[in-house]
Design a protein around this ligand. Structure first.
Ligand SMILES: Cc1cc2nc3c(=O)[nH]c(=O)nc-3n(C[C@H](O)[C@H](O)[C@H](O)COP(=O)(O)OP(=O)(O)OC[C@H]3O[C@@H](n4cnc5c(N)ncnc54)[C@H](O)[C@@H]3O)c2cc1C
Length: 279
């Protein structure tokens, strides 16, 4: 992710008690390109510092958000933000008003069901709901989805229109308010058969538990699942542990994460290394 697009807030609206939609617009979006992947996301540079070289990866000033909708004709993009307590991103979403300037990066996505497969299992907490909504909206009528979503409140259970066949289970748990039930719910499901594509997006410790569960209980080819950690419940502690690593340990981490390999293949080596490091 290298490019930076300066845009302005066109409007913000509460779409449920804990989810706020911010619409961004600007001429710069005429050259912004969608990846076409329905869970695509950008880094949003939250103002009060000038975007500097490499700002996309700087958690001091930038946050990841899913592109919930892209309207190339306007041009505009919508992002739906969980307004969870403190946090630069959450506070910005709460306070955003028309005309506020931000920068966004180019887009990157993970959701890639193999060609020919039509059945999916989507598992997410509130931060993954915008991606789930877009995945379902952009699906085709021959697709079938089982969806498990963990919310802060049932009042956040937004409509999920789709041309596909969709079965949704909503739960109130996790999301930083209490223990997540996502993996225990997965443990009670029947193993997805054949070429069902499994996509999981949630808090990072839960996403790692989900990966361990899938590898041990629903073993499948790496092309048939994608699991993404969206946030850390213990973010400050994780950062402290990361900063305490030696240069050699960080270099080893970077070596393992080989951009030329599929992410889930990288994870096979990364997970044991993270455990060795106590991360
Ligand atoms: C690919 C990708 C796509 C994402 N898409 C979205 C999206 O569309 N909408 C969205 O809302 N989020 C999304 N996220 C998650 C979002 O980037 C994180 O939640 C981010 O940490 C929020 O930043 P913040 O400044 O509000 O909080 P931070 O400053 O990062 O954290 C401050 C404190 O809040 C806690 N915290 C952070 N996020 C949450 C949360 N969601 N619930 C409860 N506590 C939290 C942290 O543990 C920390 O203690 C996505 C993440 C990724 C990786």
């Amino acid at each position: 992710m290298t490019d930076s697009f300066v845009v302005t807030v066109a409007g913000a609206e509460q779409i449920s008690p804990n989810l706020r939609r911010v619409t961004l617009t600007g001429e710069a979006l005429r050259t912004w390109e969608s990846t076409g992947q329905a869970d695509e996301f950008v880094h949003v540079h939250i103002p009060d510092a000038e975007p500097a070289e490499g700002w996309e990866d700087d958690h001091d000033i930038a946050r990841h958000y899913t592109i919930r909708r892209w309207n190339p004709q306007v041009p505009s993009v919508d992002i739906d933000i969980v307004t969870h307590g403190h946090g630069r991103g959450a506070s910005w979403a709460r306070e955003a008003v028309e005309g506020d300037a931000v920068a966004i990066s180019d887009a990157h996505g993970y959701y890639s069901p193999p060609e020919g497969s039509t059945r999916r299992l989507l598992v997410a907490d509130a931060t993954g709901l915008p991606a789930v909504a877009r995945i379902l909206e952009e699906a085709t009528p021959d697709e079938t989805f089982d969806v498990l979503i963990e919310l802060i409140s049932m009042d956040d259970a937004i409509a999920l229109p789709s041309p596909a066949t969709v079965n949704v289970e909503w739960r109130v748990s996790g999301n930083g308010r209490g223990p997540s039930a996502l993996v225990s719910c997965m443990e009670r499901m029947d193993e997805p058969e054949g070429d069902v594509y499994v996509w999981v997006a949630c808090e990072s410790a839960q996403s790692r538990r989900a990966r361990k569960f899938i590898k041990e209980t629903w073993p499948r080819h790496y092309t048939l699942y994608r699991i993404v950690g969206y946030w850390h419940v213990d973010a400050e502690e994780q950062l402290r542990k990361w900063e305490a690593l030696t240069d050699a340990q960080r270099e080893r981490y970077m070596e393992i994460w080989d951009e030329n390999r599929p992410d889930e293949v990288n994870w096979e080596e990364l997970e044991p290394y993270l455990q060795e490091l106590g991360l």
